[in-house]
Structures are given as C-alpha cells and as structure tokens.
Design a protein around this ligand. Structure first.
Ligand code: XLS
Ligand code: CA
Ligand code: CA
Length: 443
C-alpha cells in the first residue's frame, strides 16, 4: 500500500459521549440498531472527493492554501493515482461507508473529448481496484459540466448544440463508470443550467434542451440496467444568477412537464436550501410531500454571508428537524448523507480534514438518534395528529377524497350552520418539547 498523507492516522472509532478523545466518534455508533437497522444504514455517510481531495483553498481574493502532494506538477495520471491512494486512506481513517465523485475530481482532462474519456476510464479502473482492497462504496457519481470554459453559456442548455453533445457523451460515460463502480445513485447538478441575463436567453428553448438530456439519461439508465436512482440537485443561484433547478418545488414542476416525476428524485443540499430562502427541513419536507426525496448533501452556509460556503454542519436543531422530516419521508433508501462540505482555507492540514468529518458525522448521528426517539416517543406526532384529526373521518374525509362538489359543500356548510372556532397552533409548546428532546434528554 503506497504511503499517503493520511496513512499515519488511526481509524476513528466510536467511543461514546464520555470520550475526551478529539478524533473519536461520540454519537456515530455505526452498528447501533435504531428503528430496525444499524445507524450506518440509515445515514449512509459519504465523503466528497472534490472538497476533500481536489479543493485547494482558493477564493476570489487569494490562491491555494491547501497544497497536497498530487497538486504538484507531474504526469497527470500518476498524480491522479496518488490522489486516489490518499482518498481511500482518508475513507479508511474516517470509517464512513461511501464516497462521491465528479469525473473531473478523479481524472485529469485530456486534449480532446476522446482523451478525456480515456483518462476517466483509466482512473475508473484504478478506483475499481482500490475498492477491492477497501470497504468504501460509491454513493453517487456525477459529471462536472460547469468548470471548463466550454460550459460558460450552459451545459445541456447551451445555445451551441456541440456543447450539448459533449455533455451527453460525458454523462453517458459517467453513468457507465457509476454502474461499473456499483454506485447507488447518479446525480445531475446543473451548475451552468441557468442564465445571467434574459437579454440573450431563449428560456423555452433551453428548458427543452435540459428536458431532452434528462429524458436521455433516464432512457440510458434503463438500457444499461443501472438500478440506482437518478437525482437532480436543486440550487437557486451561483454560478448563474437564475438557475433553472431553483428548489425542490421548481424541479418537481420541471419533472412533471417532461413526465419524469416517477423516474427522478432530488439530492438536497442544506446550503442550497438556504440560498433559496428556505430551511433544509423545508426542502426535505417538500420532497417528502411530493414523493421525490432521494439523497442529502450535508453542509451549512454562513447566515451572515449570502453564498455557498459549503461548511461542515454544526446546527443541532436544524439537523434534528431535517432528520425528522427525512424519516417521515420514508428515509433515504438508496440515498445517503454526503458531506458536500469543505474545510476553511486556513485549515490546510490533513488532520483538519479528519476533525471536520468527525464533527459532521457526530452531529448528524446525534440528530438522527434524537429524531428517531421523538418519533418513537410519539408526543410530538400526537400534537400534529390532533391538529388534523378533523380530516380523518366522515364528511371531511369524503370532502378531501373529492366526493362532493363545491355546491354540495356549500349546502352542507349552510345546513350544519358551521362556525369554525380558532384553535391554538401551540408553537411555543412544540418548541419547548423539541428543545428538551434536542438539548436535554439523553439519547
Ligand atoms: C455545487 C454542488 C455540487 C454538486 C455536485 O454547489 O453542490 O458540488 O453537489 O455537482
Ligand atoms: Ca451539492
Ligand atoms: Ca454547494
């Protein structure tokens, strides 16, 4: 096994809440059985190849601060292999079950499309070899259709059909590799699928193009027998001012238009939810209500800044409610919790990367355990059930089921002399109940 920058770290273990060891899990007890299965199978944590291995700490005002050995000049494939060696050692140290990648994170671009695809398959074979030695599995693969200048005016939504064809060829190969590596999902995030100005944009045409690519992706999934989920990742802005996949509700409308709402689900990112003016739990609950929750990108933004800072999560309340709505939506199934989060640019040591993931995994595990306990205990759900109890039977149930016309409802309302009385929404009572569950009760 080649020596890497993560090789000298021990594998992080679960030691429980009383442990004072910094690099130990206090709450992420992978084997603890909750609601019928081990915690690791509910959460399905993944490490993001891009933020953990490929990111260099650049920002709009300054250059790289995170210098990893594979970022030095050298043969690009040899360097990509050094990066892959380090990636799998990082996965070993963290002992998290999955990883995620973009083609561009793990393989260097070539001079032409053919060269680029050749490099990609060379590296895919290398990752396949690694996966025989290590236990880490692939949660999802995706294509980077946003970094290269050829995508500046859009990927599938580009006015130039050659760019569409480039994207289609790339996505086909990314799906092949995702299947080859046993991936559970294939993700499409439309980084450049939007516009800067309507002055040069034919929106109807662009949406048709985006719908075409997605339809082709779904057809190809069935053709090759890929049994993972196809996921769209909504984001409202950044890089473009107006992104077509604004949020879950917008994506659902798009899927309906193209008849794909049974084929495609969403991968929801916390920081994208807040950029859209929503909370993470709102996006999860929306996807749950529409039956399209697929997977989660776990991170946080900075409430004082207005952009996608992709920080590791640390808000227990938000995460607990996000886990609550995830469980209520039926859980993550083939999806998982991908740490789409990066360390700050001053945190340039390999150890910083480990601290970041340990904290994130512990926060999510604790949030999940609390959410599961809340549901099992039933007090919170009882308040909600009581609030909507009137709809469960009799005329109200028939009214909801569409058994009455508008005139019939009017007649009943007049005959019964209805006069609805205001009822308390109990917000503060609920907040207190949740605060105890989250901050005081033992889990
Ligand atoms: C960027 C997105 C991206 C997707 C995958 O903001 O979060 O990283 O998750 O392309
Ligand atoms: Ca993401
Ligand atoms: Ca992001």
């Amino acid at each position: 096994m080649p020596e890497t920058i993560f090789s000298h770290f021990e594998t992080v273990k679960f030691e429980g809440p009383s442990s004072d060891k910094a690099l130990a899990y206090q709450y992420y007890d992978a084997e603890r059985v909750v609601m019928g299965k081990p915690l690791k199978d509910h959460l399905r944590f993944a490490v993001a190849y891009w933020h953990s291995l490929a990111m260099s700490g650049t920002d709009p005002f300054g250059g790289p601060t995170i210098n990893r050995p594979w970022m030095a000049a050298g043969d690009p494939i040899a360097q990509a292999k050094v990066k892959a060696d380090a990636a799998f050692e990082l996965f070993r140290v963290l002992d998290l079950p999955f990883y995620c990648f973009h083609d561009a994170d793990m393989a260097p671009a070539g001079e032409s499309l053919a060269d680029t695809l050749k490099n990609f398959h060379t590296m895919a074979d290398y990752l396949a070899e690694k996966m025989e030695t290590y236990s880490t599995k692939l949660l999802w693969g995706t294509a980077n259709l946003f970094s290269h200048p050829r995508f500046m005016a859009g990927a599938s939504t580009n006015p130039d059909p050659q760019v569409f064809a480039w994207c289609a060829a790339t996505v086909k190969n990314c799906m092949d590799v995702t299947k080859q590596l046993g991936g559970s999902n294939y993700v499409l995030w439309g980084g450049r699928e939007g516009y800067e100005t309507l002055l040069n944009t034919d929106m109807k045409q662009e949406l048709e193009q985006m719908g075409r690519l997605l339809t082709l992706v779904v057809e190809y999934k069935h053709k090759i027998g890929f049994d993972g989920q196809i996921l769209i990742e909504p984001k409202p802005k950044e890089p473009t001012s107006h992104q077509y996949d604004f949020d879950t509700a917008t994506v659902y409308g798009f899927l309906k238009k193209f008849g794909l709402e049974k084929e495609v689900r969403v991968n929801l990112e916390a920081n994208h939810a807040t950029l859209a003016g929503h909370s993470f739990e709102h996006e999860i609950a929306t996807a749950g209500a529409l039956g399209i929750l697929g997977s989660l990108d776990i991170n946080r933004g900075d409430a004082l800044l207005g952009w996608d800072t992709d920080q590791f999560p640390n808000d227990l309340w938000t995460m607990t409610m996000s886990m609550y709505h995830t469980i209520k939506a039926g859980g993550l199934g083939k999806g998982g919790c991908n740490f789409d989060a990066k360390v700050r640019r001053q945190s340039f040591t390999p150890e910083d990367m480990i601290h970041a993931h340990v904290g994130g995994a512990d926060l999510c595990a604790r949030a999940f355990l609390t959410a599961a306990k809340l549901i099992e205990d039933g007090k919170y759900d009882a308040i909600l059930d009581e609030r909507y109890a009137g709809w469960k039977s009799g005329h109200a149930a028939d009214m909801l089921a569409g058994k009455f016309s508008l005139e019939e409802i009017e007649k009943m309302a007049l005959e019964r002399k209805i006069n609805p009385e205001p009822k308390s929404g109990k917000q503060e009572q609920i907040e207190n109940l949740l605060a105890r569950a989250i901050y005081t009760d033992k889990i």
